[in-house]
Design a protein around this ligand. Structure first.
Ligand SMILES: Cc1cc2nc3c(=O)[nH]c(=O)nc-3n(C[C@H](O)[C@H](O)[C@H](O)COP(=O)(O)O)c2cc1C
Length: 268
């Protein structure tokens, strides 16, 4: 798969993405296509010792998880040698509640001596299946159309190296949900206790391959979660049999993957 997008832009851009169901990868690719001269790289498996970062512009595209920055992205920031980058931007995509995520990212980057020049929220169908499916197709298509428009606007801003206050949710949301993020964050790794498989599971092992944190194993023909889950939910959302469940309600909910992102794009 070619992750290099050529074009007229002279300044090279690298966009790092993290994704469970493809929304972030779709945004990263859409940005790259419009920006040109851009490389799209997965945060999972990225090794700063093997990859020399020459880009003057760096983008981070990732989902909002429990009203904040996912652990994988926080850990990635620790190895990002971007001190010489002239422009760093972020896109936090979400199901409608970006809350304090980009403010949190901004503060963490500052503490690492990195400067976040701009940060946008892009709303796409929610993949948080414990709370329901992605919604009707018509509504999903409206979100994709609005996201495309916003992405074009973001590209214009990136091209002009616009510096801005990051986008954020309303104050009440930032207060209440940031509290919930702080309470939940330490418990995310063991939230995998709620996964189970129904009788449709044919032990294909795809969930094992998909898991970015190698958290799923097959022991004596039984899937087991090892309590270092990232809650990206790729396993449940991409299960071809829809046999993977989380809690009591997911048997009734539709699965979601971004329609333009294929399984092979997610398998690393
Ligand atoms: C564990 C988890 C927590 C989530 N928390 C939020 C949230 O706090 N606010 C929100 O708007 N969307 C939330 N979502 C929805 C995702 O941010 C959204 O669907 C995103 O587009 C998924 O991107 P991806 O396909 O790149 O993983 C959550 C999803 C997951 C899996």
């Amino acid at each position: 798969m070619n992750n290099n997008y050529s074009g007229n832009q002279t300044t090279k851009t690298t966009i790092f993405y993290y994704t469970g169901t493809g929304n972030s990868l779709w945004i990263a690719r859409a940005l790259a296509r419009e920006l040109g001269n851009t490389e799209v790289v997965s945060m999972v498996g990225w090794d700063n010792k093997q990859h020399i970062l020459e880009s003057r512009k760096i983008g981070l595209v990732f989902p909002v998880h429990i009203w904040g920055v996912p652990r994988r992205v926080l850990e990635f920031l620790g190895q990002l040698p971007a001190k010489d980058a002239e422009y760093i931007f972020a896109v936090a995509n979400n199901g409608g509640q970006v809350s304090n995520t980009l403010v949190q990212l901004d503060k963490i980057m500052q503490s690492k001596g990195l400067f976040l020049s701009s940060g946008w929220s892009v709303v796409l169908p929610s993949n948080y299946i414990p709370w329901g499916g992605p919604g009707p197709l018509e509504k999903q298509n409206e979100l994709f159309a609005a996201a495309r428009t916003k992405i074009s606007k973001i590209v214009q801003d990136i091209n002009r190296s616009v510096e801005m206050e990051v986008e954020k949710g309303p104050l009440w949301q930032r207060i209440v949900f940031t509290g919930l993020y702080k309470i939940s964050f330490p418990h995310i790794p063991e939230m995998d206790r709620k996964f189970w498989v129904d009788k449709r599971c044919n032990k294909c092992g795809l969930c094992i391959q998909l898991c970015p944190s190698k958290n799923i194993t097959m022991d004596d023909g039984k899937l087991t979660w090892q309590n270092h889950c990232e809650q990206c939910l790729a396993c449940i959302q991409w299960c071809p049999q829809e046999a993977l469940q989380y809690g009591k309600k997911t048997p009734a909910y539709s699965r979601y993957q971004h329609p333009e992102i294929k399984l092979k794009d997610i398998l690393r």
